[in-house]
Design a protein around this ligand. Structure first.
Ligand code: ADP
Ligand code: ADP
Length: 225
């Protein structure tokens, strides 16, 4: 069973008005456990729209979104929020870490918000940071970490609630190419190890080439790139 199934997703803006845009016109994809899929699309093709729908931040006009076999397309806002917190992790180009908190705290806080107790949350934070090679940076605030280190903390945060699905938008976009490759390999390792599925938008052909499969948005549908 796929972790993520998108089935005939349609999404437009300002429908029926002169400035109507039909962004997605029947986009479909299945992503299996442990599979890392690249989404390569020119700016404006609908990459953010697709990631927001897959991540339950936005609802499609038509089509089905299934995560872990659960059809969430028509679930209530509350059920979708609940599912998003439990099933989906997000990584962005800019890490959005909390500057006044340490690396560990940045990974503990989302877990506390999810009802996990302090001790297990902290144990998980330390374990995740160790796995990405940051044992020696546990108590550092983001501002005292390198760009590559900050982004690795952001990955750990995205994984803090053990999501089934990882969504990323240019996760290494602001890093130099060498750091970007190292950070990305770390991410791939974590995804495969945990059997998550990942959909990762990138303009970087080198990164896309390291993934299992490449898709592009063309005319509002997903096709092999
Ligand atoms: P990408 O992430 O690939 O750059 P987006 O999904 O952000 O693309 O946007 C796809 C298209 O939909 C663009 O033409 C954009 O202008 C339009 N669009 C996105 N969000 C909105 C919105 N809230 N209202 C109107 N148009 C939007
Ligand atoms: P990387 O190549 O791994 O991104 P850098 O060469 O940028 O790392 O940084 C090397 C080390 O210097 C890192 O371990 C980081 O903790 C530290 N460092 C980087 N920027 C700062 C900063 N602004 N303040 C304090 N320490 C920093």
């Amino acid at each position: 069973e796929p972790v993520l199934r998108l089935e005939g997703i349609e999404k437009g803006y300002n429908l029926g008005r002169p400035n109507e845009v039909r962004v997605l016109r029947g986009a479909s994809v299945d992503i299996a456990p442990g599979e890392v899929v690249a989404l390569v699309a020119p700016s404006g093709a609908g990459k953010s729209t697709l990631l927001h729908i897959a991540g339950l931040l936005d609802t499609p006009d038509a089509g089905r979104v299934m995560i872990g076999g659960q059809d969430l397309s028509r679930a209530s806002d509350r059920a979708r929020t609940e599912a998003r917190r439990g099933l989906v992790g997000f990584v962005y180009q800019f890490h959005h870490l909390l500057p006044e908190f340490s690396a560990v705290e940045n990974i503990v806080l989302p877990q506390l918000a999810h009802g996990i107790a302090q001790d297990p949350a902290e144990a998980r934070a330390r374990d995740l940071l160790g796995r990405v090679g940051l044992d020696h940076r546990l108590e550092h605030r983001p501002g005292t970490l390198s760009g590559g280190e900050q982004q690795r903390v952001a990955f750990c945060r995205a994984l803090s609630n053990a999501p089934r699905l990882l969504l990323a938008d240019e996760p290494t976009g602001n890093l130099d190419p060498e750091t970007s490759d190292t950070v990305f390999d770390t991410l791939m390792g974590l995804v495969r190890e945990t059997g998550m599925a990942a959909l990762i938008a990138t303009h970087n052909p080198g990164l896309a080439a390291r993934m299992d499969r490449r898709l592009k948005l063309s005319g509002g549908v997903l096709v092999p790139a």
